[in-house]
Design a protein around this ligand. Structure first.
Ligand SMILES: Cc1cc2nc3c(=O)[nH]c(=O)nc-3n(C[C@H](O)[C@H](O)[C@H](O)COP(=O)(O)OP(=O)(O)OC[C@H]3O[C@@H](n4cnc5c(N)ncnc54)[C@H](O)[C@@H]3O)c2cc1C
Length: 378
């Protein structure tokens, strides 16, 4: 049993940390304050090949695995949570569906530009009346000769306006639930695609989130990802590995909260109660990290990992939220000052408990897997 990172992952972590701490972290506060896209960090990530982590070398990517992906997102999030969510969504749910479900032509058409970061990817599932109950989505894709015509509105789409490619889920069949959903690759500049409202959020302010409006958008049949009616499977599989990324994000925020708390206690005469709090924070962080990396490892082994990814997402994001609040408590008045990293971590951590399946939904997934008979390996 070896719980150390393999040498290549450890080397990769060092390289991403250097970039994250050197380029992303110095801008994290102003990116948050000004609600601006973290251009410097994304440019640096693009130049370092971090936007193609999961894409095989033959399509221009780095050809790394889910462990490297978790490492990458964790390191970025520790420095700047906004940067991490942009890279995370692009890498996992915004690009990986093509890798997993695309045909050779689709892979050759889209993956090189996604890997180089020339195109940013996005994932458009959520609608005004369908969030947790994603299978009830209303966007339509009507067959029209050799292609489809898409109509509908997606909400809370990460990388809105910045993405050159959206993986869009729309209803192609009369079935009102999952079986009627198909997935499409929709270029951001296709006629009829426009950005609606862009939401001002409490955190992750550098990551644009908003409405994707589709008005009579014509896409060729070649842009359908997978079979007609397979869209819901595409979405659920993408979210499984997406949850490894969200776990990484949560670990990064939690690690930053622990590190800043250590600095606070090192600089003042701390009471034993404070030190116990720090010890509990570090213990929770370590347990969360083990869950996340176990899920990532299962994924790299090609073994089932749905339940472990949901457990990791649930535990890591709850841990990040709690540790961010603990860090404010330990910092005292300094922690509540607007613009301090302490209060920023609290605001950034909250959305992680909601997106890519809320933590209630993770409990539904975990319970369903357990009741289906998938036992916990010892
Ligand atoms: C910052 C941010 C970025 C996002 N980015 C994307 C993106 O890129 N692409 C995308 O498609 N979506 C994105 N989303 C949307 C996100 O995935 C949804 O917010 C999420 O799925 C929850 O849906 P909802 O907000 O509609 O909540 P609802 O489904 O309306 O749920 C409201 C509350 O009820 C709970 N609840 C719902 N059903 C149940 C149930 N059966 N049992 C118990 N509790 C339940 C939920 O857990 C939640 O607490 C993003 C959201 C945020 C906040």
């Amino acid at each position: 049993m070896d719980l150390d990172l393999a040498p290549q992952h450890a080397t990769f972590r060092t390289a991403v940390r250097e970039l994250a701490q050197g380029v992303a972290r110095p801008h994290a506060a102003d990116v948050d304050r000004e609600h601006r896209f973290p251009e410097e960090a994304i440019d640096a990530a693009r130049a370092a090949g971090l936007l193609g982590v999961l894409i095989p070398r033959e399509y221009g990517g780095a050809g790394l695995d889910a462990i490297a992906f978790a490492v990458c997102i964790e390191e970025l999030a520790q420095a700047c949570a906004s940067t991490s969510v942009i890279v995370d969504v692009h890498t996992s749910v915004g690009s990986e569906p093509i890798l997993l479900f695309g045909n050779e032509e689709q892979k050759r058409r889209w993956l090189p530009e996604l890997a180089s970061g020339e195109l940013l990817g996005a994932f458009a599932l959520t609608e005004p009346a369908s969030g947790s109950d994603a299978a009830s989505l209303k966007t339509t894709a009507r067959r029209n000769g050799e292609g489809y015509v898409l109509n509908g509105t997606k909400v809370f789409i990460t990388n809105i306006g910045r993405a050159g490619l959206y993986v869009v889920f729309a209803r192609t069949g009369p079935d009102e639930k999952a079986a009627g959903v198909s997935a499409f690759l929709v270029p951001g500049d296709a006629p009829g695609v426009r950005v609606g409202q862009v939401f001002k959020k409490m955190g992750l302010n550098g990551s644009p989130t908003g409405e994707l409006v589709l008005e009579d958008v014509v896409v060729p049949a070649a842009n359908r990802l997978g079979l007609e009616g397979q869209g819901f499977t595409v979405a659920m599989r993408a979210l499984d590995s997406g949850r490894i990324g969200i776990s990484g994000q949560a670990l990064g925020i939690a690690q930053a909260a622990v590190d800043e708390s250590r600095s606070v206690l090192a600089e003042r005469e701390s009471a034993q109660g404070d030190e116990f709090m720090l010890a509990d924070m570090a213990t929770r962080l370590e347990s969360a990290r083990l869950l996340a990396y176990h899920a990532a490892w299962l994924c790299t082994q090609g073994r089932p990992f749905t339940r472990q990814a949901s457990m990791a997402k649930l535990h890591c994001t709850d841990t990040a939220m709690d540790l961010a609040l603990d860090a404010v408590q330990l910092a005292g008045e300094e922690g509540v000052v607007a613009g301090s990293p302490f209060e920023r971590h609290v605001r950034d951590a909250k959305a992680l408990q909601i997106y890519e399946g809320s933590n209630q939904v993770q409990r539904i997934v975990i319970a369903r897997e357990l009741l289906r008979g998938s036992s916990i390996p010892l």
